[in-house]
Design a binder for this molecule. Sequence first.
Ligand SMILES: Cc1cc2ncn([C@H]3O[C@H](COP(=O)(O)O)[C@@H](O)[C@H]3O)c2cc1C
Ligand SMILES: O=C(O)c1cccnc1
Length: 338
Amino acid sequence: MLPDFNDLDQFRAVLAAAPEPDGAARKAAEAHNSQLTKPPAALGRLEDLAVWYAGWRGEPRPQIAAPQVIVFAGNHGVTAQGISAFPADVTAQMVANFEAGGAAINQLARAAGARMDVVALELDRPTADFTEAPAMSAAELTAALRAGWVAVDRDADLLVVGEMGIGNTTAAAALCHALYGGEAADWTGRGTGLDDEGVARKARVVEQAVALHKPQINDGLDALAHLGGREIAAMAGAIAAARMRRIPVLLDGFICCSAAACLQAVNARALDHTLAGHQSAELAHAALLQRLGKEPLLSLGLRLGEASGAALAIPVLRGALACHSGMATFAEAGVSEG
Ligand SMILES: Cc1cc2ncn([C@H]3O[C@H](COP(=O)(O)O)[C@@H](O)[C@H]3O)c2cc1C
Ligand SMILES: O=C(O)c1cccnc1
């Protein structure tokens, strides 16, 4: 059973009690890796990925059999400030598209052999416009974290989380500016395709919002409440639930990583069970990945969200484990060691 939480302090306590990887399984995986029929380290980063995954699953020779993709959707009051190239109605329209199987992530999840779930969070009740008021109350944030927390399949052996929410690159930029400082413009990109004038307006919105709320922000959950969105909070809740179940997580683009950053700001080790699936083309994703200490698996110029980049990385991790767990050792294959 997962522990439960009813308020933000209980969620902070859950994060503080997060489990660590299984040291014995990790050691056994390292020893096994060193005996496989290949020159030492010839599979490069795949070898580290396999050992990392084995530690989290507590199995020296695991496979990925049941990956789960969850796309969370939410609406944002800050869209009133003209910060997206698309209207807010697109969020609900895309949820219908996900449910009908017509979006990019439907194809990528299927191609990766992953189960896909869509969780829409109160789309007809957008968050407050955070240039004027906190985006969410503590109770609303708790509810959104819980929606993510309960969406994780207990039998999944890999989790990919992503999002849909017109305006959410503004929320993600504001979260990064609040957590890491610098200039608002450093964290503000084009999102769905703003022109230069639109990006300048968006950066002013980010700057104004962070200046308004910064005095009330003491950790990542305060930042999420003031500047986040329901789908961003739900991604954070799902990432935390996966940790409790020792399910490794592939992070998606800028918005997903802003959710992860909020967890890391509460507990420095909260993302140890996660990898960066890809580096998005959104302006600040590279800088955010650096802050998270994550090296992306892929960099394909995607700037879509929806979990698309992380879903594409599933076969990379699966390939790492197929080699690790399926290859013969030198002794088994009768191959001479160097
Ligand atoms: C048709 C369509 C499909 C999408 N799928 C993901 N996003 C992406 O774009 C949005 C963020 O960009 P901004 O902050 O500029 O609104 C998010 O919903 C994100 O997932 C989409 C956007 C559109 C228009
Ligand atoms: O990096 C992302 O995930 C992203 C970038 C632009 C628009 N939507 C998502």
